[in-house]
Design a binder for this molecule. Structure first.
Ligand code: SF4
Length: 221
């Protein structure tokens, strides 16, 4: 059988090989970009990089071991790419229309905060860094939340409808939170925990403050 003068089988095989070849090339480019990020902390060509990840994440993930890399690197790459892609749009959103969500695992284990449907309410006891950061963020105009889980984040987003959010969390929280935000037209900025777990987690507070203070004036600094 012929299509446009070409043998159909020949056409299908040629197209199939071209697709496989293209995906293989994109996988190699993706791995090289991940490797570069791992060595330098810089995610090159963020939009292209994200496009490649969305297309061939699984093969990239399966080949990371070749370079002594693991899935955690891929997660850090994604977080970095989200921030690179959205930082200018985030900076343009007035602070009063932004919200920040910290995970409850960041607080001190002897935290006296009360919890209600809006999460934990820091009492400013000073046993952890949250007290100082909360003051700074609220003074700027942020809606500030300490979230016990993803359901509460969704509820607060529905209730307050922020235009941009900062999410601090572990891999799952960041992935689900940023996908949900993007689906709802909310601009996400992500900050992965430096040490995750159920308690005594650690975050780079300098990075949290750097993102919190992003404005159109300093976004290119
Ligand atoms: S500073 Fe706030 S969050 Fe941290 S332990 Fe005290 S009450 Fe809890």
């Amino acid at each position: 059988m012929e299509v446009l003068g070409f043998d159909l089988v020949y056409l299908l095989v040629t197209v199939g090989l071209a697709v496989v070849f293209t995906l293989a090339v994109l996988t190699i480019i993706g791995i090289l970009l991940v490797r570069h990020f791992d060595k330098t902390g810089v995610a090159l060509f963020p939009r292209l990089f994200m496009f490649i990840l969305n297309l061939v994440e699984t093969p990239i993930k399966n080949l990371l071991w070749l370079f002594n890399l693991d899935a955690k690197t891929l997660f850090l790459v994604r977080s970095n790419l989200i921030n690179a892609i959205y930082r200018h749009r985030f900076a343009a959103v007035p602070v009063k229309e932004r919200a920040i969500f910290l995970p409850q695992c960041l607080r001190n284990q002897k935290c006296p905060a009360n919890t209600d449907e809006e999460g934990l309410h820091c009492k400013g006891c000073g046993k952890c860094e949250i007290a100082d950061y909360k003051k700074e963020a609220e003074k700027l105009g942020y809606k500030f939340f300490i979230a016990p889980g993803g359901t509460m984040v969704k509820r607060m987003i529905k209730k307050y409808r922020p235009k941009a959010i900062i999410g601090v969390g572990c891999e799952n929280e960041i992935q689900m939170g940023s996908e949900m935000a993007i689906r709802h037209g909310i601009i996400p900025m992500t900050i992965p925990l430096a040490k995750s777990g159920c308690v005594n987690t650690i975050v780079d507070w300098d990075e949290v403050r750097r993102i919190t203070n992003l404005t159109p004036q300093n976004v290119n600094d």
